[in-house]
Design a protein around this ligand. Structure first.
Ligand SMILES: [Zn+2]
Length: 352
């Protein structure tokens, strides 16, 4: 990973620490403006890296930064490393890709994206450094035929650079940018494994917290990035659920829950259907079982743990030290977070 989304002031602050000899200006061509939805900068950047590394065989993404249509900047290759940018001029160059296709008749070079590009160019010009368009040294139109270099440079010279607040986009915003348009899918899938999120496609604090919790309980990198591994684990758990159509333990769990008057997230008692779905999981989450808990569900858990060989004490409905130890061993054996806390994920694994 390692990519970050920052604003131009943060970029200039970072560039102060280096002494790049020139600025390279590119357009990405593909992806272009139509591919950007305002929150998928990180995933587009990852796509470019995968292309550069996987298809072109480079050591890393080619550019140091990608300038997004809204003026935000995604960092790329480490600023201290030589870019894969313009043949013959890479050493100590700084490579900027502007997301878009700026050939005449395609994307418009305007707004925040243009202002930030000019600011960055101005920063180099003020230090007496050269600003190089890719097409000066390649038979390409890059950064696009609609951008006249003389006009670009004179506009850059005239741009005011007041160095305002440096901003690094927070982890949750990064995670939001990373997930792009798969947020709804994530929320649906997290709910299927026991969380209780509004499925609104809006990656807010609650979705982020649930994802972090899910990652930590499932032995994944706890970074808030919902990628191949997080979705893979979710899909795995969901398909497991679908195989378990009926289980007597689940029925027992449902009976106990009704008897103890635990209601599901819709305020109803559970159907005794032997299926550990979203409603049963919402009830399971209400128990908050841990050391000190006393009720019939503790007894059921003791019974199951005993059958599975983790528990050797009495079935006394009382969550004591021995039960705690057994729960932790069970959690460890299933790759769950080992905390002795029995929430819907641990209950689900026990009932299945
Ligand atoms: Zn180029």
């Amino acid at each position: 990973m390692g990519f970050e989304i920052i604003n131009v002031n943060e970029l200039l602050k970072r560039l102060d620490k280096y002494n790049h000899k020139e600025l390279h200006v590119h357009h990405t061509w593909r992806p272009n403006h139509a591919n950007y939805n305002g929150s998928n900068g990180m995933s587009l950047q990852n796509g470019m890296r995968n292309y550069h590394v996987g298809k072109l065989g480079w050591s890393d993404i080619g550019q140091h930064i990608t300038l997004l249509p809204d003026g935000k900047i995604v960092t790329g290759r480490n600023f201290s490393k030589t870019p894969a940018s313009i043949t013959g001029h890479n050493t100590n160059g700084f490579a900027m890709e502007m997301l878009g296709d700026f050939d005449i008749g395609k994307d418009k070079f305007e707004g925040e994206q243009k202002q930030v590009a000019l600011k960055i160019a101005k920063y180099f010009l003020d230090k007496g450094k050269y600003v190089r368009f890719h097409r000066e040294n390649a038979s390409k139109t890059c950064p696009g035929t609609s951008i006249d270099k003389n006009i670009f440079i004179s506009e850059a010279k005239g741009v005011l650079v007041n160095r305002g607040e440096p901003v690094v986009v927070t982890q949750i915003e990064k995670a939001k940018a990373y997930i792009g348009n798969r947020c709804k899918e994530l929320q649906e899938k997290l709910n299927k494994v026991g969380y209780n999120l509004d499925v609104d496609g809006d990656f807010g604090q609650l979705t982020y917290n649930a994802l972090i919790d899910f990652q930590s309980k499932n032995g994944l990198d706890v970074d808030g990035y919902a990628g191949v591994k997080s979705f893979g684990k979710l899909n795995e758990l969901i398909s497991l659920q679908n195989i378990i159509i009926e289980s007597s333990y689940i029925k027992e769990f449902q009976k106990i829950s009704s008897k103890l008057n635990y209601k599901d997230k819709n305020g109803n008692l559970l159907n005794i259907d032997g299926t550990y779905g979203k409603l049963s999981q919402s009830v399971a989450n209400k128990y908050q079982l841990k050391k000190g808990s006393k009720n019939e569900l503790v007894g059921l858990i003791q019974k199951i743990l005993k059958e599975k060989g983790f528990y050797h004490g009495n079935i006394d409905n009382s969550f004591g030290n021995q039960t705690d130890k057994a729960v932790r061993e069970f959690q460890k054996s299933k790759g769950l977070k080992v905390d002795g806390y029995v929430g819907s994920l641990t209950i689900g694994k026990l009932l299945n």
